[in-house]
Design a protein around this ligand. Structure first.
Ligand SMILES: [Zn+2]
Length: 344
């Protein structure tokens, strides 16, 4: 097993005005992603509890602007799929509706409207609403694969609420597929394949085993899904769910989505408890013939970090390409283990 958790600590010295200008040394932790080697910094920036936002005004404004995803207009103002791909026009699973994305990310770009309700708070989604949304997105991607086998790369994504990049408050996921990879898909797939050749084992299974052995970032295993706090976080709260038996998301069963959503809802309730009202989620997948990969979700909290709505992305991640976090993964895991053990 070759899982390596690499941390380098850098120290900065200054005279501290809060301590009568006494000399003070502050440490910054630089961690390397154990698969890709990408850096992530954990800052000693004093973290204050985030005030609970009043979302009423935001939700009211979004209704006044007009929402194309609300039930009274969705059939009239949203697009319909090319009949060659989806002859019935739109896909429906429970409350979920899949329709074409007006701003496509790739050749096949869908939107899964999750609920009939315009606004659902972080901890307000039912099990059925989320399971149906994932199944609906998977069904769309399966139909794409049947029609066009060259669209080998696919993912299901979710920008939940505006701080995470969503222009619409109405909850919706984004399944998309194409013949090429995103930067991170390429990095994940290439690094996983290289690890398999070098170690004769699957990185993702080794990672879960090693995290379980060390314990500090391991949260839980439910069925065939393991939950971890990411070693090199992309956000103050960065949670990973690894599907131990699946490399392609088109093969995930309804039962596995049930188990996954159970953990996702625990994670979202934990975010909500910390007043984190927005998040990004990606369910990464390998093509059918790829080896050494496992489907996994990355779920990261997103929220303004000051009363003047400062973005949680500054020059460092945007231009230097390195993540920043003020939260420690070990604290995230401890908080989530508590949620799991008390059945929250
Ligand atoms: Zn709406």
């Amino acid at each position: 097993m070759k899982i390596c958790f690499e941390t380098v600590t850098r120290q900065a010295k200054f005279l501290d005005p809060t301590r009568g200008f006494e000399p003070r040394t502050v440490s910054t932790e630089i961690r390397r992603d154990p698969l890709t080697g990408e850096g992530g910094r954990i800052l000693a920036f004093p973290s204050r509890p985030t005030p609970r936002p009043d979302l009423d005004a935001l939700v009211k404004l979004s209704r006044e602007i007009g929402c194309p995803f609300c039930p009274d207009v969705i059939d009239k103002v949203t697009p319909i799929f090319d009949p060659d791909l989806i002859p019935e026009g739109r896909l429906h699973v429970g409350e979920a509706t899949v329709l074409p994305n007006l701003g496509p990310y790739d050749t096949y770009s869908g939107l899964t409207i999750i609920t009939r309700e315009h606004f659902v708070p972080m901890s307000g989604f039912s099990q059925a609403q989320l399971v149906d949304a994932f199944v609906a997105g998977q069904t769309y991607l399966q139909r794409v694969r049947e029609k066009d086998p060259t669209a080998a790369y696919c993912s299901i994504n979710w920008n939940y609420m505006p701080p995470a990049g969503s222009t619409m408050v109405h909850p919706h996921m984004q399944p998309f597929a194409g013949s090429g990879q995103s930067n991170r898909e390429r990095l994940l797939l290439d690094s996983s394949a290289r690890y398999l050749v070098e170690n004769k084992s699957v990185f993702w299974l080794d990672l879960v085993e090693e995290e379980q052995r060390q314990g500090a970032r391991f949260i839980a295993q439910e069925g065939s899904i393991a939950w971890l706090a990411s070693f090199a976080p992309r956000s103050p709260k960065d949670v990973m769910a690894v599907f131990l038996d699946r490399s392609n998301l088109l093969d995930i069963t309804g039962g596995e989505f049930q188990t996954f959503v159970d953990g996702l809802r625990r994670t979202m309730r934990y975010f909500d408890k910390l007043n984190l009202y927005s998040m990004n989620l990606t369910l990464f997948s390998a093509p059918a013939d790829a080896e050494g990969f496992r489907v996994h979700a990355r779920i990261v909290s997103r929220a303004p970090i000051s009363p003047v709505m400062t973005s949680d992305r500054n020059y460092f991640p945007v231009l230097h390409g390195e993540s920043l976090s003020t939260g420690r993964p070990e604290e995230t895991a401890a908080g989530l283990r508590e949620s799991w053990s008390c059945g929250a």
